[in-house]
Design a protein around this ligand. Sequence first.
Ligand code: ZN
Length: 315
Amino acid sequence: MSEPLFLKPVFHEKIWGGNHLKTVFDYSIPSDHTGECWAISAHPNGVCQVENGQYAGQKLDALYQNQPELFGHPTKAVFPLLTKILDANDWLSVQVHPDDAYGLKHEGELGKTECWYIIAADEDAEIIYGHHAKTRQELADLIAHQDWDHLLKKVKVKAGDFFYVPSGTMHAIGKGILILETQQSSDTTYRVYDFDRKDDEGNLRELHLQQSIDVMTIGEVENSKPKTISDGAADITTFVSNDFFTVYQWQIHGEKAFIKNADYTLVSVIAGQGELVVADTIYPLNKGQHFILPADVASWSISGELSLIASHDGK
Ligand code: ZN
């Protein structure tokens, strides 16, 4: 039976989290320090469950192993992507992620290339996106001297912006930003600087300076170049397309028919409401819902006034 797989998010409290996952998306969150909604995840640190249909109650990691036909009989051993919404009520740590080779060797899991769609941002909100060091030695020296003003590159952001953050990129999401993140399914983070913050028990969070210096890319970060194709019913923007993932925005204003162009597709409704139609069945869509269109869904349509972020594995 061809049907979408709607997923139940998993929430993580964070020192920098807030309550926007409730006020904006109406999720029931564990506290006013909720930082992350793991919306489509098969990662062991937060596995989503299917909410509807014949697979209701099943966990995405088990489904990926036991029903490979839903995912086009994938060759990858683990579900490769992870979709999150992050509520940065304060700065996240300044950090970097390893690539696959380093991650598999040192952490036993994939590296992490990620990308961000800015859902909302306070006026003057900023991110850290890259650094100014010209050599690895200069990078190590500036970190050793905690000379953050000379090291870190800050960029102003606004709603609708998109940032591609390949592994090896120095980055931090700034205060007052709500982001949808599409990333490799990995939870390995090397912290460079955490603003000297202490948690409720008075402890500093661990830093990983040597690993950070090892994996950091030296040189400019190159953002991706989005391309938009519009017709009467939708504006389809491709933000990035590479070996890790392809990420789109589907802005629907009418009724738009889709034909699948990947084994399976991850979809998040970030604004508006409407309907999804799969095999003559209507599924109401609302802001905050997340679903996978599995391999046996060859075509679908979406109608209404909606903004969705969609992604699939690889190009
Ligand atoms: Zn990150």
